[in-house]
Design a protein around this ligand. Sequence first.
Ligand SMILES: *Cc1c(COP(=O)(O)O)cnc(C)c1O
Length: 397
Amino acid sequence: MRPTYLEVNLSQLKQNLENIRKHVSPAKVLVVLKANAYGHGVDGVAPFIAPFADYIGVAIVEEGIHLRKLGIATPILVMGGTLPEQLPDFFEYDLTLAASSLDLLTAAEQLAESTRKRLKVHLKVDTGMERLGVREYEAEPLIEKSMACSHLEMEGIFTHFANAETSSLRGRFCSSPEAISNFVGDCFGERASPRNDEGFVESSLQLERFEEVLSIYEKRSEPHPPIRHTANSGAALLLPESHYDMVRPGILFYGVYPAREIEKNIDVKPALTWKSKVAYSKVTLPGRAVSYGSLWQAEARTRIVTIPCGYADGYFRRMTNQARVLINGKSYPQVGRICMDQFMVNVGEDGVSVGDEVILFGNGITAEELADWTGTNEYEVLTSIGARVPRVFVQIA
Ligand SMILES: *Cc1c(COP(=O)(O)O)cnc(C)c1O
């Protein structure tokens, strides 16, 4: 096997799920397995965790099909956007549709009627993301239609928060929405539009809008769909009133908190360790520059070792001259530009040899650090670990 690999501790993931469940009970838990289980390797994670999950969430229908082909029998909600031509796959693989428009719901009902097949549906309401779903002020026709869809099983209704993990920032950093918005943008060097400050949408407002939609059922003395859900990881942690009948933790299930300044009132721990081995070891002379662009120069004789992993594996080029790794348990700086398939580390006077173990991530090197070195967030760090890196699944309680 490749010396560069990802070790994924399935027992830790199960523990994370149990701790989340304890916190949100009696709400059910939908485990989000999109994006290759946030980089952890869905082929190993899904079969192990599915028996403990009430529901599984994926982003795209292809991910749902992949899970069914792995033999997963747990209900699967495809949360992202679906095109009408993808609908037959939902029937064939027993996937739950997020009906985000009247057209999609109508097409699904017609197909269910003509094929005489069952389809579970969750209505998608947009309360502030402006991404997918009908807005609270236009939800009535969708709900009316759903009540008339006799061939579909109306199982759920849901919405998604734009700022769940920043709820705790209010009062801590600042009092005004515009200050929070600027803070959020500044974190990752993202550029907010000039009028961004006026649009900051609080989770409390989104919940009000969601309630407004639910009241449509009440007005008609009709029961709402049995599974109402809104909470991602941030809301699972911070907003008990958002838990409803089910929560949808993604990053928290993987043991990483969705923001730095967040109340860590659910005990979860990361489950992965990115390992490699020293592939080359030599002493570099003073004045010699390392790697493309010659961005780092040895000032004195120093041992430079080469690690067989690069940006094609998701070890971001942006971390050049910033990242640190552990070799034989000691922390060393990465030096010179990170290449596609390799990078170099300065181990100074220490005796480091070919074959010595290197930790790129885990065992004390956190997703937060990698995100900082890269100028991104923890989500992007996890989901960028490349397909070329083998995943090894272990169970260490
Ligand atoms: C990705 C996703 C989640 C999980 O988000 P986390 O912040 O990782 O918990 C929940 N709901 C929807 C609709 C998503 O797309």
